[in-house]
Design a protein around this ligand. Structure first.
Ligand SMILES: NC(=O)CC[C@H](N)C(=O)O
Length: 403
């Protein structure tokens, strides 16, 4: 009798949760094992961007969309700044096995790509059941293990999963940041044209981006708004940042617990706020800004990871569909006087944005740069550039017009 397609005769990969649950699958990608937190992502597209988002360092991503890998991988869709250092998700879980790529942009099969990046994967898993489990129980700590011979010391893996202390109090931004400063001038990708460089003479503004694990498309959108960008490492002092003479400062996204970075990020950000320069933060940068302003962050039950989250902008009353990737959140109730909540998640009411009253300082929890993904939030880049323009006495851009 033929074997049922959902039966795995000899699992070559396992996901072992901290509570002892063992999920069997077929191994893909790199071999070995790694401790990490498991989160689910509900996006239908953009797996390469998701897997190379440095904010996923320390995490295993299970995709709710069943077919991942169909369009292969390419060199243009990576989000981490230094792909050689491979900062991003450490593990993946798919429902279906990866098929051969079918896209004119594909240069590598996803399985080969995962191997080259050192990402351990598991497929053939009932990802709907796993997602429902996470929704009920919260994002679990786990070990993902892949051995083509199917030999596992399950008890040792259970011990490892249980022993890992998790993302709470873990500073991963320091691992994701660049070791040295660099410049960025690549503009957004255009259909049939690819990317192009912003000419030195076309650069109207200079933005310094503090890199806690920055995504390339954030930098591209700045370049698309005539900004040359200087990227600086996470521990750069406020004095060194200001000495670069920026028109505005950006605090990037990044992995790990924002509170664990407080020792180095908060004193610098406080000085940057006091400088009077326009300041914009995304995701981890948003959480760090909130901490610097005296608010608190907290770990979420399951986090937000997807490309279909509704967020309301109180400033305009509009609802935008956004891309999300966070497991910590700013506690709205902890926002001090003088700090306004500007955006809120319509899924669960958590904070998605703040601004400092009377100062050109604001930040958002979601990812306005999402590529691919909804572009509803691109206006936030123009909102930031308008603060830069206002300071220079230039007229404001239409926030909602296309970049
Ligand atoms: N995308 C991000 O910057 C994530 C921020 C933070 N590591 C969190 O999980 O909440």
């Amino acid at each position: 009798m033929a074997t049922a397609p959902w039966t795995i005769e000899k699992p070559t990969a396992l996901l072992v949760l901290a509570d002892g649950t063992v999920i069997e699958g077929k191994g893909i990608g790199a071999t070995g094992h790694v401790q990490a937190e498991v989160v689910f992502n509900t996006a239908l597209t953009g797996y390469e961007e998701i897997l190379t988002d440095p904010s996923y360092l320390g995490q295993i991503v299970t995709f709710t969309f069943p077919h991942i890998g169909n369009v292969g991988t390419n060199e243009e869709d990576i989000e981490d700044l230094t792909p050689a250092a491979r900062k991003g998700a450490v593990g993946v879980i798919f429902k279906a096995d990866i098929t051969d790529p079918s896209s004119y942009r594909a240069v590598k099969h996803l399985d080969q790509w995962l191997k080259a990046r050192g990402v351990i994967g598991l497929c053939g898993v009932d990802t709907r059941a796993l997602t429902a489990w996470i929704r009920e129980n919260g994002a679990p700590n786990a070990v993902i293990a892949h051995d083509p011979s199917g030999t596992f010391d399950v008890e040792a893996l259970k011990k490892d999963a249980k022993a890992w202390s998790g993302l709470l109090d873990l500073d991963l931004a320091i691992e994701a940041t660049s070791g040295q400063s660099s410049r960025w001038n690549e503009r957004p990708w255009v259909w049939n044209e690819g990317t192009s460089a912003l000419g030195e003479n076309d650069a109207r503004y200079h933005i310094v981006a503090v890199d806690y694990g920055v995504k390339r498309n954030i930098l591209r959108l700045f370049a698309g708004l005539d900004c040359r960008v200087t990227i600086v490492p996470a521990k750069t002092s406020a004095e060194d940042i200001l000495a670069l003479n920026p028109d505005g400062i950006f605090l990037s996204n990044g992995p790990g617990d924002p509170a664990a970075t407080g020792e180095y990020s908060v004193p610098v950000i406080r000085k940057l706020i006091d400088s009077g320069l326009p300041l914009f933060g995304i995701c981890l940068g948003h959480q760090m800004l909130a901490l610097a302003l005296g608010a608190q962050t907290e770990k979420m039950h399951q986090g937000h990871h997807g490309a279909n989250h509704p967020v309301k902008d109180y400033t305009t009353g509009k609802v935008e569909i956004v891309s999300m990737n966070h497991g910590f959140a700013v506690a709205s109730k902890s926002l001090p006087e003088g700090v306004e909540e500007t955006h809120v998640s319509l899924f669960d009411g958590t904070n998605c944005g703040i601004r400092v009253v009377g100062k050109p300082v604001f930040s958002v929890q979601h990812h306005p740069e999402a590529s691919p993904g909804p572009q509803d939030s691109h206006y936030l880049f123009r909102r930031f550039i308008n603060l830069v323009r206002e300071r220079k006495g230039e007229p404001a851009l239409d926030e909602r017009s296309a970049a």
